[in-house]
Structures are given as structure tokens and as C-alpha cells.
Design a binder for this molecule. Structure first.
Ligand code: ADP
Ligand code: MG
Length: 267
């Protein structure tokens, strides 16, 4: 009998949380870099008009003529928008401020929620093991496009007082997306970010979230680490900026945890 070729589908994961500043972009960039270090081919799609993910992996703002905006508007194919980042093996579809206008420009278009999904059906995407979509801090049409295109969602959650309220709103939104646009959408997991072990509240919130969501919460916790916040100003993921710091090591563990989960699912 013939052995299976082992060809595996491209995993499309949206990183979403309607709250800003919780670590979506940081997690997108560094999880992607850690997956690349584990020999995976990864594409980041930057769906935030602020373009922080694009800048954070070395894309110059004046060099983004073919961005995700043109892809969503149907002006170009996604293959024309894929560029290499400063991390070898990590590719990018960048974002520009134009993307903020896409919301209004798409209002009258049919299939407006499925623009990204359709773009990611291009065969050029098959060469990647993972596509990570960095969502904007809102429940806008851009986030809906991301959730409609994804196989699963990772929710970065900052361990602070109102975290659980925000989380339940997001979980309701994910249920709505499943019911209306993407029945197969799964919650890959919640990742606790900016964890401060000296702060009792951080620990309490972490316990509450684990109490509610159990196994859906990644075991790996991302600590608050100054090297993580310094890296973007150098246009680098923290893994390239300071490989040994606690932040980098946490993202390496997060990537292995994700890969382990995937192999359990596949078995
Ligand atoms: P979001 O994309 O959800 O808005 P970001 O990933 O941009 O959030 O993070 C918000 C800010 O917090 C950024 O300045 C980032 O550098 C910083 N930051 C993110 N994660 C950490 C961390 N673990 N430790 C320290 N600073 C962090
Ligand atoms: Mg962001």
C-alpha cells in the first residue's frame, strides 16, 4: 500500500480581541516567527489599518502599494500582495491606512464579509503551513472578514479587571459568526498576555479564565517583558531582537504548544 503524502491543509488562524493593546499584534508577529523557527512556512495578513504587524516585521510604510486593501477591493490578486519580511521564511500581506476606508467602500458590495476568505482560496496560499491574521481592535467588517476566513481563532487576553466581560462579548461574536458566516470556525485557544506574577490581580484573572474555559486556555502564559515592548521600535520581532529574553522563550513555548495541539487533532 502507498503511504500518504502527508499533505496538510493550510491552517488559517485569526488573532482577535475587540480591545486594543492586549497583545494581538505582538502575538501574531512572535508566534509567526517561532513557527518559522520550527520550520513552518508562515504568512501574516495584517488586517489592522494601523499596520503595526507590517511595521513590526520590517515593512517600510512607503513601500506598501500592493496591500490587503487592494486585495479586499478586488483590484489585485493576493499573490501580488505577498512580500517577504525581515524574517526569512515569514511572508506578509501588509496593511495601509486606506484599509480604514474599506469598511464604507464595501458596504454596498455583495459578499462583503467573504472578501478575505475568497482571496485566501487562491492556490498560492497552499505553500504556507500557517496563515495568521492580525485583526483590528474592533468588531468591524474587517474583523468579520477575518473570522469568516479563518479555521480558528486565538484570543490574546490581558490579565486585567474587565478581561472576562470583554471575553464574553467576543465569544458571543464568534458564535454569531459561526451561525451566520462560518459554521466550521473553532476557538483554538485563549492566550494570557502581559502576565505579571507580582500582581495578585493577574493571577486571579488567570484562574477565573481557566475556570471558565478550561483546556481552551493555552498553558503557556506570556509574561510582561520590557524586551517585547522595545522590539517593535527596531522593526523586529522580539525573537530576532533578543532571543534569550523571557518574552521570546514564552513565544517559542506557545508555538510548540500550538504544534502539539495540531498533531493531537490530526491523530
Ligand atoms: P494589540 O495588537 O492588541 O493592540 P499590541 O500587541 O500592539 O496589542 O500590544 C500593545 C502594546 O503592549 C505594545 O506597545 C506592545 O509592545 C506591548 N506589549 C505587548 N505584549 C507585551 C508583553 N508581553 N510585555 C510587555 N509589553 C508588551
Ligand atoms: Mg494590533
Amino acid at each position: 500500500t502507498q503511504l500518504s503524502t502527508g499533505s496538510k491543509r493550510t491552517e488559517i488562524i485569526a488573532l482577535a480581541n475587540q480591545k486594543g493593546g492586549v497583545g494581538k499584534t505582538t502575538t501574531t508577529i512572535n508566534l509567526a516567527t517561532a513557527l518559522v523557527a520550527a520550520k513552518k512556512k508562515v504568512l501574516i495578513v495584517d488586517m489592522d489599518p494601523q499596520g503595526n504587524a507590517s511595521t513590526g516585521i520590517g515593512s517600510a510604510r512607503d513601500n506598501r502599494d500592493n496591500s490587503v486593501y487592494e486585495v479586499l477591493m478586488g483590484e489585485i490578486e493576493i499573490s501580488q500582495a505577498i512580500v517577504e519580511s525581515i524574517v526569512p521564511g515569514l511572508s506578509l500581506v501588509s496593511s495601509t491606512v486606506d484599509l480604514a476606508g474599506a469598511e464604507l467602500e464595501l458596504v454596498a458590495e455583495s459578499q462583503r464579509t467573504y472578501r478575505l476568505r475568497k482571496a485566501l482560496q487562491d492556490p498560492v496560499i497552499d505553500q504556507f503551513d500557517y496563515v495568521l491574521i492580525d485583526c483590528p481592535p474592533s468588531l468591524s467588517l474587517l474583523t468579520l472578514n477575518s473570522l469568516a476566513a479563518a479555521h480558528s481563532v486565538i484570543v490574546p487576553l490581558q490579565c486585567e479587571f474587565f478581561a472576562l466581560e470583554g471575553l464574553s462579548l467576543l465569544l458571543r461574536t464568534i458564535e454569531t459568526v459561526k451561525a451566520n458566516f462560518n459554521p466550521a470556525l473553532e476557538i483554538e485557544g485563549v492566550v494570557l498576555t502581559m502576565f505579571d506574577g507580582r500582581n495578585n490581580l493577574s493571577g486571579q484573572v488567570a484562574n477565573d479564565v481557566r475556570g471558565h474555559l478550561g483546556q481552551k486556555v493555552f498553558k503557556t502564559v506570556i509574561p510582561r517583558n520590557v524586551r517585547i515592548s522595545e522590539a517593535p521600535s527596531h522593526g523586529k520581532p522580539v525573537l530576532l531582537y533578543d532571543y534569550k529574553c523571557t518574552g521570546s522563550q514564552a513565544y517559542i513555548r506557545l508555538a510548540s504548544e500550538l504544534l502539539r495541539r495540531e498533531s493531537v487533532k490530526a491523530a
